[in-house]
Design a protein around this ligand. Structure first.
Ligand SMILES: NC(=O)c1ccc[n+]([C@@H]2O[C@H](COP(=O)([O-])OP(=O)(O)OC[C@H]3O[C@@H](n4cnc5c(N)ncnc54)[C@H](O)[C@@H]3O)[C@@H](O)[C@H]2O)c1
Length: 450
């Protein structure tokens, strides 16, 4: 199929590349000329394992193209996937400005095509317009109205929420747990089913449903995952207050098959470009419809409190006197496997350290360039985790990259001014840290002193 991805970010780029890899002809369109120039030059603007090689392969095969030319991207496309950002606005609602702008662009390109109905199979085929961005229920209807207001040509609407995880995006797209397709016409259902069938050869389901339900599936899924994180963090806080150990509680609790052991790790709270904004958007949907999303309000509150609770441990340890202290930070990205810094807990923590007068030496295997966009030269970036701890008064672990799970703690301790670790990811065993001679703070567990 001839496809166009609008928005060449994490979702558009991964989706476009994986669809090209199955033999489709894919054009990725973006208004960010710098991003498109990089891609045209063979450089991938984001870090995503396996993506660069797959892009290179499909570009070479002539199936994957990058452009800023809207007309050239929209006119020949049989299906257009809207993959632009839907960030929170100042009231927490999903900002649909980009989605609606794209709808107008698509309509303009359709309208400019010769003929009364479109349908020239080679140059201007009848299109399926697919909203892949995460959007509140009712957005597809708004996009449809916007298209209909600006073109008389026929088209089909579809909702196809994306469930990929940054850091594992290629695998998630190639082997989805499920594909969700919201449709109004058989044509859209059939074509999207054709498109996704190669990805579900192991028998995972393609669910076809009405569009509002498809839109809601995405929010419900992300909100459920965010709820699990806030839930386990709340239990971790109770463990700290009452002398229980969250690691043991977790094991005992997760052995119950009804609960399961996935996505129930205590830490610094959820971050990234999706959970925080999707929880807020769902809360807004509740407010707008007089159906308050009370659980989600609490989920958001617990998440914000989780970072502050961790910061309070650092403050308390130093008696509030962080000025002049040197703090090493391991891990900047909001989670391992990505360079995405959007809503990363490390940002809240580093900002606090800097405001309190501390200096920060940070190490992340891939997120230095994106962290520079946030902090510029206000912190020092080092190429090696041990180097970061040199002469440090404390080490703060923000991201659970594998390489932090078994570091040379003898070298760490030797270089540090005082051997204190604040581990926001519970990467280490308490007895091991005691033996290694550290004062060790973690989440939902006792404080260890040597
Ligand atoms: N990042 C994820 O892990 C993930 C997973 C599932 C769903 N989503 C959802 O997918 C959507 C996109 O997320 P993302 O992380 O890929 O966003 P992103 O910010 O990485 O990329 C969005 C891209 O859209 C481009 N854009 C904006 N307006 C445009 C326009 N008018 N025409 C063409 N391009 C335009 C931007 O320049 C940018 O490159 C969001 O709704 C998000 O919630 C994201």
């Amino acid at each position: 199929m001839r496809l166009t991805m609008v928005g060449t970010g994490y979702v558009g780029l991964v989706t476009g590349t994986c669809l090209a890899n199955k033999g489709n002809d894919v054009t990725c369109l973006d208004i960010d000329a710098g991003k498109i120039a990089q891609l045209q030059a063979g450089r991938v603007p984001i870090y995503e394992p396996g993506l660069e090689e797959m892009i290179e392969h499909n570009v070479r095969a002539g199936r994957l193209h990058f452009t800023t030319d809207k007309d050239a991207a929209y006119r020949p496309a049989e299906a257009v996937f809207i993959c632009v950002g839907t960030p929170s606005d100042d009231r927490g609602r999903a900002d649909l400005t980009a989605v609606i702008a794209v709808a107008r662009d698509i309509a303009a390109a359709m309208q400019a095509a010769p003929g009364a109905t479109g349908g020239d199979a080679d140059n201007d085929p009848e299109k399926i317009v697919i909203v892949k961005s995460t959007v509140p229920v009712g957005t597809n209807a708004r996009v449809k109205a916007e298209l209909a207001a600006h073109t008389s040509k026929p088209f089909h609407m579809a909702s196809n929420p994306e469930f990929l995880k940054e850091g594992a995006a290629i695998n998630d797209f190639n082997k989805p747990d499920r594909v969700v397709i919201g449709v109004e016409t058989d044509h859209a259902a059939d074509r999207l089913r054709d498109l996704y069938t190669p990805f579900v050869r192991q028998g995972n389901p393609i669910y076809t449903m009405d569009i509002p339900s498809a839109e809601m599936v995405k929010y419900a899924s992300n909100c459920m995952l965010a709820t699990k994180i806030s839930f386990i963090n709340e239990i971790a806080s109770l463990c700290e207050s009452f002398g229980a150990d969250i690691d043991q509680v977790r094991l005992g609790m997760c052995a119950d098959a009804r609960i399961g052991n996935k996505f129930l790790y205590p830490g610094l709270g959820y971050g990234g470009s999706c959970f925080p904004k999707d929880v807020l958007a769902c809360i807004s949907m509740g407010q707008e419809s007089d159906t308050p999303a009370r659980v989600l309000e609490a989920v958001d509150e617990v998440n914000n409190a989780q970072r502050q609770r961790f910061i309070a441990k650092i403050d308390k340890h130093f008696g509030g006197a962080l000025a002049g202290k040197r703090v090493a930070v391991w891990g900047l990205a909001f989670k391992p496997g990505t360079d995405d810094m959007r809503q990363a807990p490390s940002v809240t923590i580093i900002r606090h350290l800097l405001d309190a007068g501390a200096t920060v030496a940070a190490y992340d295997p891939v997120a230095e360039h994106t962290t520079r966009e946030v902090f510029g030269d206000a912190i020092a970036y080092v190429d090696d985790p041990i180097e970061a701890t040199d002469a440090a008064d404390a080490l703060v672990i923000c991201t659970d990259w594998d390489e932090f799970k078994n570091p040379d703690f003898r070298a760490v301790k030797k270089g540090m001014k005082s051997p204190v670790i604040f581990d926001g990811r519970n990467l280490h065993r308490l007895d091991a840290m005691r033996r290694a001679g550290f004062t060790y703070y973690s989440v939902g567990r006792a404080v260890v002193t040597p």
